[in-house]
Write a protein that binds this ligand. Structure first.
Ligand code: SF4
Length: 338
């Protein structure tokens, strides 16, 4: 694969120097046939896809009656003490195999019994953080450190996954998590440049059906925990049990601007109007999304909602633009915090 990439992959621009971009041009079938040609034999088929979504757990019962243990790492980092603990256990049970998961944890397979580890990292296992500025020049922040400060108790309880990438290359698979974050610097809402994130929602990732979409271009870090908390509460109010189902049945029936408006509207209600009567859009497609939201707001019986509906009535080139600008400033501007 590396040889084919070296011969045919894009190398002129650093940002396009990715296997992904070569596959975009070649297509997977051509890529496979080139590998088969290079190897000199036909490739086996992918087989039957048997992926199942499972809640993150430390002890995983295996089909042979034994157990696998998921050893939680600090977003892919292992200390010497942790490695010593793992190796001592492998020696004790005569295990010659360790697996590295794409969830940034280690898996110790084939244990005859459940095993307790004392050194594994205490953290919610449903969040990924990319290498971050400590290891990668492209990152605008230390994503591992920032991830440690996120309030993820609700996400843990609701099994909402989070991916936090330091740039758009997306090594933390932000487009394939329930809540996707990409670190940015922004001067939109404060006089000084501050750190923030782009926010993605709507991924249907378990079977690789759909990537998450960019919904909010800039959420200052000062408001990120409140935003994550709100998303968890909106999901709970929706009545869905799995966030991917919520994405598929509700979120993905609406455009990105409609979802940006919806999130900001609820954020504004909670943090500036002290209201917790959330708006949850119905799981249906609307030919005129703006008219749908105007109808919801005008029939809520609230004067504040009617005022916001006025912003939706503005004639603008981009749908929801005036309302989004108003709500973003009301929610995130430093002056609004005072
Ligand atoms: S997502 Fe970007 S910043 Fe993070 S490790 Fe990958 S390339 Fe580096």
């Amino acid at each position: 694969m590396a040889e084919i990439y070296r011969r045919e992959g894009p190398r002129a621009s650093r940002s396009r120097a990715r296997l992904f971009h070569m596959l975009e041009t070649l297509g997977t079938d051509t890529f496979r046939s080139k590998i088969a040609e290079r190897v000199g034999t036909a490739l086996p088929t992918a087989g039957e896809l048997r992926i199942e979504k499972a809640p993150p757990a430390s002890e995983i019962p295996l089909k042979n009656g034994r157990f696998a243990h998921r050893y939680t790492t600090a977003f892919g980092e292992l200390s010497f003490r942790q490695l010593t603990e793992i190796l001592a256990l492998c020696k004790e049970y005569d295990i010659g195999e360790l697996r590295i998961g794409c969830d940034q944890n280690l898996y110790i397979p084939d244990l005859p019994e459940k095993v307790a580890f004392t050194q594994s990292t205490e953290r919610y296992g449903g969040i990924l953080a990319c290498a971050g500025s400590k290891y990668c020049v492209y990152s605008l922040m230390d994503t591992k450190k920032e991830s440690e400060t996120l309030a993820l108790e609700k996400c843990k309880r609701l099994e909402i996954t989070v991916g936090f990438s330091g740039c758009l290359k997306g090594c933390a698979r932000h487009a394939f998590s329930d809540i996707g974050l990409v670190g940015i610097r922004t001067k939109l809402f404060a006089e000084e440049v501050e750190r923030g994130v782009r926010l993605y929602l709507g991924a249907e990732y378990t079977h690789g059906k759909r990537a998450g979409r960019l919904i909010l271009y800039s959420v200052p870090m000062r408001h990120l925990n409140a935003m994550i908390d709100l998303i968890a509460d909106l999901f709970t109010t929706s009545g869905y049990e799995d966030f991917e189902d919520f994405s598929k049945e509700v979120l993905n029936r609406y455009s990105e601007p409609a979802l940006a408006f919806w999130l900001l509207l609820n954020f504004h209600r909670r943090h500036h109007l002290n209201r917790n009567d959330f708006v949850i859009p119905e799981p249906a497609e609307h030919e005129d999304e703006k008219a749908y939201f105007i109808h919801l707001l005008e029939n809520s019986g609230s004067e504040e909602d009617k005022d916001i509906a006025e912003y939706l009535r503005c004639q603008e080139a981009f749908p929801f633009r005036e309302a989004i600008i108003f709500l973003e400033r009301a929610c995130f501007a430093v002056s609004a915090d005072r």
